[in-house]
Design a protein around this ligand. Sequence first.
Ligand SMILES: [Zn+2]
Length: 114
Amino acid sequence: MEERRMNSFDNPYRENPLDNPLGNPFSRQRPVAPPETIEAIKLWTRQILALSEDTALSVGQFGCSKPGCPRNMTTILVMSESAPTRKISIHKSITDVCESDVQEAVLDPRNAAP
Ligand SMILES: [Zn+2]
C-alpha cells in the first residue's frame, strides 16, 4: 500500500499525452499539474529550507485519505543522503499550492523532519 503510493512519485508526468500525440487522450490519465508548477513548488521548498543542490525533491499529488473529503493532498519529499527523507504534506491540489502554503507546511510540526 505504502509502496504503491511511493511509486507515483517516480514521474507524475509519465502519462503526458504529448509523449504520444496519436494515442487516445481518454485512455490516459491526465497530468496532475503543469511541470512549471511542480518546478515552482520545488524552488520554494529549496529556498525556504535552504537546501543544498544535492538534496533531491519530489512532488506528488494524492487523494485525501479521509472518507468523503473531495480534496487532494500535495506531498513534497525532501531526499538527501545525509538525512532521513522528510515528507511535507499540503492539503491542496498541486495547482492550488502557493509559496505561503509551502512556508506554512514547513513550519507545521506534523511535517517536521523525522
Ligand atoms: Zn481531506
